[in-house]
Design a protein around this ligand. Structure first.
Ligand code: HEM
Ligand SMILES: *[C@@H]1O[C@H](CO)[C@@H](O)[C@H](O)[C@H]1NC(C)=O
Length: 325
């Protein structure tokens, strides 16, 4: 009798264990092996298109990284930023933070059409954006990591969601930045590390004019240099570009943080990270220790890529990234 009790309790425990493993594997989780059976060539296909786009224009690497950030911060990493306007909704492309500024849609479309050739209807646009951002960082000399996959694409997009401040503006205070990122489950450390993305890419005069003419925590020769290509009067030269990292805007390194320590941040929202507040210690550390920046940046990118993904039967796998099926 005792024996039967023992073996039946072993049976129950085994059953429970199987149940736990089974539900675990079916739960809504992203994983790095998501396409290993259904589309084993997805990673190499994405990488070769990103590689050739970045070889043609180094800045494109920065643009693809930013595209992932702006996708994830509005309704999660669901490819919603890629949707063109339709009769039933106005999408995110014309929103303030995106219009005339977000780039790389054509590269994503190019990747999608090549991926559709190797495995039609399998890989989401949201995942393509995440892989392209990861590859861009690596190609420009930054850290490498395994990107988690399994996101599905939204069936809608919202202009107002993209305009309501979830994406912080360049005029943000430090506490604004901390709160915007906290609202997405990201810590102050994550926020500072992710801001290190501004080690690559360009910004328009309209986003930094106020800083280079009116602020005091800016190196005077640096301000003068930037004023040379960004006229004081609103509306003149608004689209003139300047590098976010003055030394090495096409290399993913830690010069962004060295610049902040020297009062050479381009955006107001950059310099607030090193202006006597709580984030100074992170900036100081990253400016001296590239490895700690790389490792915190990777952790934070993985967390950002995990914001509210659509999984299971939610959303769809779009055939064309700019349109719902
Ligand atoms: C902390 C809050 C942030 C603010 C206020 C901010 C703001 C901006 C602004 C105003 C620009 C210039 C846009 C233009 O003039 O067209 C820019 C560019 C850029 N941002 Fe951010 N950003 C933030 C965080 C991030 C994050 C988290 C990432 C990615 C992980 C990122 C990646 C980039 C990149 C790579 C560029 C250059 C894009 C290009 O050259 O096409 N930014 N950002
Ligand atoms: C120029 O634009 C800034 C930012 O939008 C604004 O705060 C400022 O009042 C404007 N200046 C003039 C003279 O219109």
């Amino acid at each position: 009798m005792k024996q039967i009790m023992a073996s039946s309790s072993i049976f129950v425990v085994t059953l429970l264990a199987i149940l736990v493993i089974f539900t675990g594997s079916c739960s809504a989780q992203l994983s790095k092996d998501y396409y290993s059976k259904s589309c084993p060539k997805v990673l190499s296909t994405v990488k070769s298109v990103v590689q050739s786009a970045v070889s043609k224009e180094r800045r494109m690497g920065a643009s693809l990284l930013r595209l992932h950030f702006h996708d994830c911060f509005v309704n999660g990493c669901d490819g919603s930023i890629l949707l063109d306007d339709t009769s039933s909704f106005t999408g995110e492309k014309t929103a303030g933070p995106n219009a005339g500024s977000v780039r790389g849609y054509n590269v994503i479309d190019d990747i999608k059409s090549k991926v559709e050739q190797v495995c039609p209807g399998v890989v989401s646009c949201a995942d393509i954006v995440a892989i392209a951002a990861r590859d861009s960082v690596a190609i420009l000399g930054g850290p490498q990591w395994d990107v988690k996959l399994g996101r599905r694409d939204s069936k809608t997009a919202s202009l107002s969601a993209a305009n309501n401040g979830q994406i912080p503006p360049p005029t943000s205070t430090l506490s604004n930045l901390i709160n915007r990122f906290k609202a997405k489950g990201l810590t102050e450390k994550d926020m500072v590390a992710l801001s290190g993305a501004h080690t690559i890419g360009q910004a328009r005069c309209t986003t930094f004019r106020g800083r280079i003419y009116n602020e005091n925590n800016i190196g005077s020769s640096f301000a003068e240099t930037r004023q040379g290509n960004c006229p004081k009067t609103n509306g003149t030269g608004d689209n003139n570009l300047a590098p976010l990292d003055l030394q090495t805007p096409t290399s993913f390194d830690n010069y962004y943080f060295k610049n902040l320590v020297n009062k050479k941040g381009l955006l107001h929202s950059d310099q607030v990270l090193f202006n006597g507040g709580s984030s100074d210690s992170f900036v100081q550390k990253y400016s001296q220790d590239k490895d700690s920046f790389d490792s915190d940046f990777v952790d934070a990118m993985i967390k950002m890529g995990d914001i509210k993904p659509l999984t299971g039967s939610k959303g769809e796998i779009r055939k064309n990234c700019a349109r719902v099926n």
